[in-house]
Write a protein that binds this ligand. Structure first.
Ligand SMILES: Cc1ncc(COP(=O)(O)O)c(C=O)c1O
Length: 227
């Protein structure tokens, strides 16, 4: 973030942070989402602060931007039935808000449990040759996903699916520059080799606060056997 913010400052750019997977994560003691001009969060049910349906939040630290966002989410309206611009219907529905408000009180505890589960996973994988996620000095990972890298990823996943670990997932199989939606950019395979290699090797293992030590051991053993 230091480097990004420096470049943004030099060129007078706005920074929008995608914090969909990092609610509660920290960089040098500051929460993600508070560095840029805007921080965007997702409350999709699978997220570490998830509702029971779609939802999200944008944070900002200027009143002017906050006011514009409030208007945009409500069809560009500041005064009921008077529309200053074309906005969206992006209001968080009351039911989701009620659920998220309750879960929000527990998010630090949920994230701490995820961190503990990640430490257990990494400990059990030590010496296995499997690349486990790392946490850089001065950062606090919240392990929305616990993602390993394995060379024969597709074969490993197939064996897990056929066995008793059916909840591993590939986040994400196609890097952004090769998505059909961005075909117009003209990017061919090989253009971003690191992203492409990672997309072939990543495998996210079951991760949620309530996972038990026993379950983690079972997953680790299954992965080691499958590789
Ligand atoms: C990193 C990242 N950004 C953005 C999104 C999109 O979130 P939503 O579907 O709530 O708009 C997701 C969710 O899948 C995500 O994981």
């Amino acid at each position: 973030m230091d480097g990004l913010m420096e470049v943004a400052k030099q060129h007078d750019l706005r920074v929008i942070e995608d914090c969909a997977q990092s609610f509660g994560a920290e960089y040098r003691g500051r929460k993600t989402g508070t560095f840029g001009d805007f921080g965007c969060y997702s409350f999709f049910p699978s997220k570490n602060l998830g509702g029971y349906g779609d939802g999200g939040m944008v944070i900002t630290d200027t009143e002017k931007s906050a006011e514009r966002l409030r208007s945009l989410r409500n069809h560009g309206s500041r005064v009921r039935y008077y529309h200053d611009e074309v906005g969206f219907n992006s209001r968080l529905d009351e039911l989701q808000a009620a659920i998220i408000r309750i879960k929000f009180k527990h998010i630090d505890e949920y994230n701490a449990k995820r961190r503990n589960n990640a430490a257990l996973y990494s400990g059990y994988f030590a010496g296995s040759g499997i690349t486990t996620p790392s946490e850089q000095t001065g950062t606090k990972h919240v392990f929305h996903q616990y993602t390993i890298r394995v060379r024969q990823r597709d074969a490993v996943k197939k064996k897990l699916d056929e066995g008793n670990v059916t909840a591993s997932m590939i986040y994400y199989p196609v890097p952004l520059h090769l998505q059909a939606a961005y075909r117009n950019l003209g990017m061919k395979p090989g253009r971003l080799p690191v992203a492409e290699q990672v997309a072939h090797e990543v495998l996210s293992l079951p991760m949620y606060p309530e996972l038990t030590d026993e379950q983690i051991r079972i997953v680790v053993e299954a992965v080691k056997k499958a590789q």
